[in-house]
Design a protein around this ligand. Structure first.
Ligand code: FES
Ligand code: MG
Length: 598
């Protein structure tokens, strides 16, 4: 691969502009401060940004502070100059009211950095759930050469000889606590056992999902997504990532060259095969819109539903991140799908080769962890997309529903039954926590649990609160799940059979706003329908009454950003992006460089 620099690097507009020598001097003098010499800055070497998402506030990505050293070495060895800068921290489990609020904020900040500073290319340090889409979305908008480096998952968690996985153990442990099987101290100990090292969640939660999909999209080096954070190979992948971005600048290989419709369809197929998170459709929709690719939600069903589940990771299966890497990671999965025509092989990746060339010979190293295509954990493991009078669009992850349930409601044509029952409606997680165990609420095995007020506007930010456990009195009788439906999200680490991301949300006066506890609801998975069994005339009356009251009530904004984002955020089915931002695409090409600052 040639490392010749292209005729004109965008950083030259800052550091080498003979037409405006006093501005060039002003730019140069301050960047000399941290040790890059004048000669280097004026040498025409590409300036490579390291978008640093790790910090003490973001333990999942904190190892990037270490990996950045190897990145810098790779960048310098390939002839580039590295400049590291912070990205607004997003930590999934620490940020209130939800990390979902911050994805678009980090995106916005990174767009300004990538566009407004003398950067020719960027390494996106991805990891914890929202850091991956935020970084990819910004790189897509600005469209300078970009490569993603995953921080990698934590080592496997263990407790009494069994694997304990991030998040998944929490959902299990809270049932054990509710049933009185463990006390508070044991609860904390059990959960803590799942986090033995630096890195992101070791289950197939949103982090492993999005890092796998970044590789499937072609945005990270092949085989790099699954390497556990503390492994030696992780350091090595940082070095090669640093080297490669310098070459990408020379080749002018940009996100828009990689993030094509084929790449998104590949990611959808991989998401089904890995048992990926229900957050993926939100983030891929957002990314597609920022790069100008038409990706309707229905593509998740058309391209993804028929794909079998191959990766045996919690929550859908048994294993964890170290096992996934050992078994072959993303290339092994893509290799299986390719042999069955489920991958667009020509899609280009950051290494300059096609995904087909990268993965054609990839093999599975442990068939217990990554199953061969002909012996999957489950057939037809992708999402289905539902609509009805409760919402225009929502998705359901079918890989986590029980075989009995699938047979009865989804796949067996001889038993074309829909499930139907009375609704119990919660307005936000506080309401749910207050009332879930109260026998007076009347929850039975027939009940469908609803969560609303949890979307991008209502929460605000769309929180992962739709996965609700049954009341303790049912858990002790052996009932471990009830159908959950809501306008918020669900943690990727949860295995609940839920209908999620309902759009439009209650706060935008979607059908969920009109639902009342006690209404009968019918979910017909075969017809992909979800309806409340109430005449249209009554729904219209309820809607008029609600509008007269001023709409569906939700908490007041607590920060400027909450208010600003509420004013322009879209719904989950279309990526929940800042709607005004979509028209700014490929700005490094369409807008030139910004004007001088003095
Ligand atoms: Fe950060 Fe799971 S909480 S990766
Ligand atoms: Mg989460």
């Amino acid at each position: 691969m040639s490392t010749e620099t292209p005729a004109k690097l965008r950083s030259r507009a800052w550091f080498d502009n003979p037409a405006n020598i006093d501005m060039t001097a002003l730019y140069l003098e301050r960047y000399l401060n941290f040790g890059i010499s004048l000669e280097e800055l004026r040498s025409g070497r590409p300036i490579i940004g390291i978008a640093q998402t790790g910090s003490d506030l973001s333990p999942c990505n904190r190892h990037h502070l270490v990996l950045a050293e190897r990145l810098r070495e790779g960048i310098r060895d390939a002839g580039g100059l590295a400049i590291e800068f912070p990205v607004h921290p997003i930590q999934e489990t620490g940020k209130r009211p939800t990390a979902g609020l911050d994805r678009n904020l980090a995106y916005l900040g990174l767009v300004e950095i990538l566009y407004g500073y003398p950067l020719d290319g960027v390494v996106l340090t991805i990891g914890c759930d929202k850091t991956t889409p935020a970084c990819l979305m910004a790189a897509a908008t600005v469209n300078i050469p970009a490569i993603a480096l995953s921080v990698g998952p934590m080592l496997n968690g263990w407790h009494k000889g069994e694997r304990t996985g991030s998040g998944t153990i929490v959902w299990k442990a809270r049932q054990m606590l509710a049933a009185g099987e463990i006390d508070d101290a044991q609860f904390i100990q059990l959960v803590a056992s799942s986090a033995p090292s630096t890195g992101y969640c070791n289950t197939m939660g949103t982090a492993t999902t999005m890092n796998s999909l970044a590789e499937a999209l072609g945005m990270s080096l092949p085989g790099s997504a699954a390497i556990p954070a503390p492994y030696r190979d992780r350091q090595e992948s940082a070095y090669w990532t640093g080297k490669r971005i310098v070459e990408m600048v020379a080749e002018d290989l940009k996100p828009s060259d990689i993030l094509t419709l084929d790449a998104f369809h590949n990611a959808i197929a991989v998401n089904s095969a890995i048992g990926g998170s229900t957050n993926a459709p939100i983030h891929l929709a957002a990314l597609a819109r920022h790069v100008g690719v038409e990706l309707p939600l229905k593509d998740w069903e058309h391209k993804g539903h028929q794909v079998p589940l191959l990766v045996n990771l919690q929550p859908a299966g048994e294993y964890l991140g170290e096992d996934y890497y050992r078994a072959g990671g993303v290339p092994a999965v893509v290799g299986q799908l390719m042999r069955h025509g489920l991958i667009a092989e020509d899609a280009l990746t950051v290494n300059g080769r096609s995904i087909g060339d990268n993965c054609r010979d990839a093999t599975i190293e442990d068939e217990k962890v990554i199953r061969p295509f002909d012996n999957p954990l489950r057939d037809e493991a992708g999402f289905i997309v539902l609509s009805g009078n409760l919402f225009d669009a929502a998705i359901m992850k079918t890989s986590v529903i029980s075989p009995e349930f699938r047979d009865r409601y989804l796949s067996n044509p001889d038993d074309p039954e829909a499930f139907e029952g009375p609704a119990v409606v919660f307005d936000g997680p506080e309401d749910y926590h207050d009332r879930i165990d109260d026998p007076a609420v009347g929850i039975t095995t027939e009940t469908l649990l609803f969560m609303r007020g949890a979307g991008p506007i209502g929460y605000p930010g769309a929180a992962e609160v739709v996965n609700m456990r049954p009341p303790a009195y049912l858990i002790t009788e052996g009932v471990h799940a009830l159908p959950c439906i809501g306008d918020g999200r669900q943690s990727g680490t949860s295995g609940s059979p839920s209908i999620l991301n309902a759009s439009p949300e209650a706060a935008a006066l979607g059908g969920l706003a009109l639902l009342r506890t006690g209404d009968r609801v019918r979910i017909d998975l075969r017809q992909r329908r979800a309806d409340v069994l109430i005449p249209d005339s009554e729904l219209a009356e309820r809607r008029a009454a609600l509008q007269a009251e001023g709409g569906y009530g939700y908490p007041a904004s607590q920060t400027p950003w909450q208010e600003m984002q509420r004013g322009c955020v879209g719904q989950l089915s279309t990526g929940a992006i800042l709607e005004g931002a979509e028209k700014y695409q490929r700005i490094a090409q369409t807008k030139g460089v910004p004007r001088d600052n003095h």
